[in-house]
Write a protein that binds this ligand. Sequence first.
Ligand code: NAI
Ligand code: 5RP
Length: 301
Amino acid sequence: MQLGVVGLGRMGRIVVDRTLDAGHDVVAFDIDAAAREDAADAGATPADSLAALADELDDEKRIWLMVPAGDAVDAALSELEPHLSDDDVVVDGGNSHFEDSVRRAEETPAAYLDCGTSGGPAGAELGFSLMVGGPAWAYEELVPVLDAVATGPDGHARMGPAGSGHYVKMVHNGVEYALMQAYGEGFELLHEGRYDLDLEAVAGVWNNGAVIRSWLLELCEEAFREEGVALGTVADRIEGGSTGTWTVQEALTQEVPLPLIYAALSERFGSRADEGRFSRRLANRLRYGFGRHEVQRLDDA
Ligand SMILES: NC(=O)C1=CN([C@@H]2O[C@H](COP(=O)(O)OP(=O)(O)OC[C@H]3O[C@@H](n4cnc5c(N)ncnc54)[C@H](O)[C@@H]3O)[C@@H](O)[C@H]2O)C=CC1
Ligand SMILES: O=C(CO)[C@H](O)[C@H](O)COP(=O)(O)O
């Protein structure tokens, strides 16, 4: 099978490499020339524009987008549009908002698969978990490539119609936020608490048979091993947040309570308040107001 891959960063390169390793042909494009050259070194046919990528592909084009969510997806689709027909299939493997995917599925003159991708760069060796939305025939057409990019045939499934793949991935990420928060709170108590614990050893023993073992917990163990059990110079600031925000917005629309995911998202926002949380500063001052308790001043820190 022949696959065009657009976007050759951390995730797109894995799509390229695993597809090539499975014996398929890859035509690769990225706006970054160095990324194109690297993909060529790995065995892909480089294209220096999206038009060139489309020209290089046979009829019944299969194209996988792995670019940042948002404008980059729309930009790539609008350049590809004149070269697409309804025999072609375009996959968006990035973290797009599911409503954007529904719109793009309607606007794109090809079958459109929205594909939630989980596994991160570790997927280079293991393969990804792929949650796919869109027409069943297009999903079936892509099975040889999905088998290669995923952990295998069990690593991908069609979730339903347009948008459902990215919808499932959005919720996956909400769960990811909450799990990270839960591990973080547990380890914070162990770190601050009454025993002098080796948190790497705690994570290690939990990862061997404990109810709460998981890949995220293995990553906790790795973090303590590489940064030290007090996390060294790692700052208390958490970036990201788009997919978690979408999860909470959707929960509000559906009136489904998600207190854990919302709390985890709030912690991220709170971590970015450079001069401390305004609400905590106000509470500090209010204690003086009602009880004449001493106000803690910034200079006191
Ligand atoms: N890094 C991760 O762990 C995961 C990322 N994702 C999603 O996968 C997508 C890609 O992520 P990464 O590979 O991590 O990003 P990245 O920043 O490593 O790579 C993105 C690549 O796309 C290229 N690019 C940008 N605009 C382009 C355009 N218009 N045409 C062609 N190439 C273009 C960039 O030059 C870059 O090489 C994003 O939607 C991300 O949210 C999904 C799951 C996990
Ligand atoms: O999808 C992913 C993992 O499953 C990506 O790593 C994503 O970037 C995680 O979300 P955030 O950047 O908000 O932490």
